[in-house]
Design a protein around this ligand. Structure first.
Ligand SMILES: [Zn+2]
Ligand SMILES: [Zn+2]
Ligand SMILES: [Zn+2]
Length: 255
């Protein structure tokens, strides 16, 4: 199964308009260093419809049937109306994120489905394994600035764990680490150089999490323009001994 990180960046993307930091300056002249906002795709499933979704969809050129939402922050959901190219879409998340999703759809289409479409919204209870088509999905809570969660998805005999945005508190959360343990693929956030409690992981914490989870392969994503340059992050991951890589936009792995 092919898993694609459509967007590898955090809320302001890289380059951030008007920012003159090293990453933003370099990204303006080298498109390979640009980072759009975080989104993930596998098996007709989209995780987080980012504000860059139109660009992601036209480049991916594949059908989306279901959408898992980690949380209601704008960088993870505000591209949602772009899904109007698909008639039938099922949305899954906790209540707060679903309310944000529905609100955006009402704003764009004056109802909870674009005209002639069949869109549906399904609330997930944290920790409860839910069958969605052929997949088994568990939404687990994380500590972030609003209600937020990650996912462990079992699809086609493979387990994929996605942290979503999370504070470093996840490292002390044995239940969550146990759930993610031994996944075939871990998609871990690595937003900042240094962790921000209750908000985001730093490089050290993201690598520590990858070690604790012990996934077959880890891809680090949701990287801020103010983080280290890409090649420095890659070196840090390589030196840690973790089997994995730092995402660029459209990085894909086969699991
Ligand atoms: Zn985010
Ligand atoms: Zn910058
Ligand atoms: Zn967030």
């Amino acid at each position: 199964m092919k898993v694609v990180v459509l967007g590898s960046g955090s809320y302001s993307g890289t380059p951030k308009p008007l920012c003159t930091c090293e990453n933003c300056s370099r990204a303006r002249t080298n498109p390979a260093l640009r980072r759009t906002r975080f989104s993930l795709y596998f098996d007709k499933t989209l995780v987080d419809p980012s504000p860059d979704l139109h660009y992601h969809l036209e480049r991916l050129d594949k059908k989306v049937e279901r959408v898992l939402i980690t949380h209601g922050h704008f960088d993870h959901v505000f591209g949602l109306p772009e899904l109007q190219v698909f008639k039938r879409v099922e949305f899954y998340s906790h209540r707060e994120a679903l309310e944000v999703a529905k609100g955006l759809v009402r704003l764009a289409f004056e109802s909870e489905s674009p005209s002639g479409h069949e869109w549906s919204y399904h609330e997930l209870e944290f920790w409860k394994e839910t069958r969605i088509g052929d997949m088994k999905v568990t939404h687990f809570p994380v500590v972030h600035t609003i209600t937020a969660g990650g996912f462990v998805v079992e699809a086609k005999g493979k387990r994929i764990a996605v942290t979503g945005d999370t504070g470093p508190e996840i490292l002390k959360d044995e239940r969550t680490i146990k759930l993610m343990e031994g996944a075939d693929l871990l998609i871990a956030e690595m937003t900042h150089r240094e962790a921000i409690p209750g908000s985001h992981l730093g490089v050290k914490e993201a690598i520590e999490l990858a070690k604790r989870v012990g996934a077959g392969y880890t891809v680090f994503a949701h990287i801020s323009h103010s983080n280290y340059p890409h090649e420095v992050l890659e070196r840090k991951v390589r030196e840690s001994g973790v089997a994995g890589e730092v995402a660029r936009d459209f990085t894909w792995v086969e699991v």
